[in-house]
Design a protein. Sequence first.
Length: 248
Amino acid sequence: MDRLIKSSGILVILLLWVIFADLLKIANSTILPSLGDTILALFSLDTLKNIATDLAQSGMRWFYGYLSGSIIAIILGLVIGSSKLLQKSSLFVIEFFRCLPVTALFPIFLLLFGMGNLSKIAMIAYASFFIVLINTIYGVIYQNKTRAKMANIFGCSKYQKFQNITFFGSLPQIFIGLRLALSISLIITIVAEMFIGSDMGIGQSLYNSFLTLNSVMLYGYLIIVGITGYLLNILFLKIEKKILYWVQ
């Protein structure tokens, strides 16, 4: 029963797709192709090979960008969050750059890193960085104050307090930032491939499908992106549950 409830949303979407595209034929096939045609095209042998190659390329860019941006953000966030002086002095810089859309900065990334993978990875890292950074800072600031007081009473050193209280106390908020950054970084991966261009990648294949008016493959790649994002989120939640086992 639980599985049926969880899958009801996607079943409704598929049903509406069949009604509008196959039965009523309200929309032109270029705008909304048949669900059956889309599924058949998506699971053809040649298409599966192309999808596997595109996923490998996009996944590599996403992984390096997301991982590098998140690690740097966590380290800086822990340092900034632990110092009121750094919080005040870095506030304007963080808010200024956080408000700049990464898509508006893509010419800067092109100038700095060129047309290759490095510019795409840098855009993904930039998008992930500020989301994780802010959540890490707030995780440190709003950690459990009672634990910190108890550590002072028992004479814990600054390193012990940082390692056992500050870091672990801020982890739940850090994971919120990591989960938010995961979906945003995936979107930026697709957008970067479309903006900057590449030989392979989901974003490039999406754009090529649009240029050639191949709506069947366009919708097929959109389905692949959605499924990929869903599976990554499920995997992330499982990892989070394993690490944050003490959080109810």
